[in-house]
Design a protein around this ligand. Structure first.
Ligand code: HEC
Length: 472
């Protein structure tokens, strides 16, 4: 009896932003009989008659059932935005308590109880990221709602605010999609997670734990192989300020780390055909041969499916001058393995057939140089480490082990970057020696591109950034 009433009263408190402790205490039986100051002072004048009604109803129905079976918790919640009507759910029956007029009447049989409503909305809108059991999904970075510590830290108001306005870019805002009634039902439902699993507070989320979540389709240029949701559309965008080193020469003074010079800006779209198969189109500008790259990627192994590592196979064709000449065909195997949920290593053996020496293109289409095709093989290696929940440090190096000298590659391309991961979005800022962002071009360096032999050393590092955004 006491337990069930307490639970009911907790729910009442959770929804009674304006009536905090007094109402709660008053609704708790122990307090009712042991404490005389349940509703006192100004509060007493305002709400004593309001407090009584739900209590009496709850008491009446509970007392009426004398059997020893545990009863379902009475549930109290607001019905409308005016906060004058409470809905009381006792043993499956519902009553509307109008605290303004002091009346109690059976609720419309068809009306949905708020907690049921909260569960429905949660399962439809939230469970994908938070887990149907509310325990959170490590790869999504969602908190464990069954944790008592978390529940203790959060106020109802904070929960409602988070639902309304979103949070740190990773939790979407629902203020325009859900009405007040749904948001308060969700708030109550989230509170239920703590009471429903009293032993769960120390239990780690069981799904996906220890698996890293890459923020982008690439580290800086090397692919992460991350699969994409079915029917998702992702926009990728990259800039390489390749014409000046960021750390030597005029970039340190006149040209602001090379940002004043031209940038090679490439742009691509990726589409999830199924959960494992995606297709991708990518285009780089005239300065770098005007290639269009068409790709299909298939995710074979995934740590989320209990495999010891991730493996994605990618096949692609690049054609320069907007896919009109100088075709290169690529085959890549993207292996990755999570070290913890905070770090992942990558290994990307890549065969490029008819690879081309990375030289500057021309704004005039028929002056894009026709370099001979050379078969090449590279072994890209990279690492991503989260230094904060949404910030990663990245490093990659792409040695060309076959065909390097014919392609003028004397030192491997390498990059360092820092990445901010947001909800469906990442921004990566870094330094690299390679101006190329297609599969075959990424192993080439500025040494051939600028015809400057030292541009592939650390002194030749230049700035660039990547943006990725899931738009659908
Ligand atoms: C796309 C994924 C996604 C969806 C959908 C989503 N959330 Fe979240 N939610 C998150 C992430 C990620 C966080 C953690 C944000 C942070 O702390 O940086 C979060 C945080 C929260 C928090 C804050 C917890 C705290 O520690 O303060 C609440 C409350 C919450 N979500 C409720 C909901 C509800 C209710 C829904 C459905 C209406 C929902 N979320 C839908 C991803 C999502």
């Amino acid at each position: 009896m006491r337990n069930s009433l307490s639970r009911g009263s907790l729910i009442a408190r959770r929804r009674c932003g304006k009536w905090p402790r007094e109402l709660t205490q008053f609704l708790q039986l122990g307090n009712l009989f042991s404490s005389s100051d349940g509703c006192n002072g100004r509060m007493r004048r305002n709400i004593s008659h309001l407090c009584f009604l739900p209590l009496l109803v709850a008491f009446t129905f509970d007392a009426a059932s004398q059997d020893t079976q545990p009863q379902p918790a009475p549930q109290v919640s607001y019905v409308d935005a005016s906060h004058s009507t409470l809905r009381l759910n006792v043993d499956g029956r519902q009553y509307l308590v109008d605290v303004a007029t002091g009346t109690v009447r059976p609720a419309n049989a068809g009306a949905q109880p708020p907690l049921q409503n909260g569960a429905d909305v949660f399962n439809k809108r939230c469970a994908g990221c938070h887990g149907a059991d509310g325990r959170g999904i490590v790869s999504t970075g969602t908190p464990n709602f069954t944790s008592r510590d978390l529940q203790a830290k959060l106020t109802d108001r904070q929960i409602a605010e988070t639902i309304r306005n979103g949070r740190s870019g990773r939790m979407p805002a629902f203020g325009t999609k859900l009405d007040d009634q749904q948001i308060s039902a969700l708030t109550a439902y989230i509170r239920e997670f703590s009471s429903s699993s009293s032993t769960a507070s120390n239990v780690q989320p069981t799904t996906n734990s220890g698996i890293y979540q890459p923020g982008d389709d690439v580290l800086f240029t090397l692919p992460t192989g991350r699969p994409v949701d079915e029917h998702a559309v992702i926009v990728n965008f990259s800039h390489r300020f390749a014409y000046d080193s960021a750390v030597s020469g005029p970039a340190r003074g006149a040209e602001l780390f090379g940002l004043d010079n031209f940038a090679i800006s490439s742009f691509g779209l990726r589409y999830g055909v199924t959960e494992r198969l995606s297709v991708d189109v990518w285009r780089s500008p005239s300065f770098i041969g005007r290639p269009i790259q068409l790709m299909a990627a298939y995710n074979i192994f995934d740590e989320h499916h209990e495999n010891p590592f991730n493996l994605t196979l990618r096949v692609s064709v690049e054609g320069q001058d907007n896919f009109r000449k100088n075709y290169t065909e690529n085959l890549e195997a993207v292996f990755s393995r999570s070290l913890t949920s905070h770090a992942q290593i990558y290994f990307v053996p890549t065969a490029s057939f008819n690879d081309r020496r990375l030289v500057q293109g021309s704004l005039v289409s028929d002056q894009i140089p026709d370099e001979p095709g050379i078969n090449a093989f590279s072994l890209g290696t990279g690492v991503a480490v989260d230094i904060r929940p949404t910030v990663a440090l990245l490093a990659e190096v792409i040695p060309t082990v076959v065909g390097g000298s014919e392609l003028g590659i004397h030192r491997p391309a390498f990059s360092f970057a820092i990445q901010k991961k947001l909800y469906r979005h990442a921004f990566t800022f870094g330094l690299t020696t390679s101006p190329g962002t297609t599969v075959s071009q990424r192993a080439g360096t500025n040494a051939t591109f600028l015809n400057n032999p030292s541009a592939d050393t650390p002194a030749g590092l230049f700035l660039g950034f990547d943006l990725t955004r899931r738009i659908y």
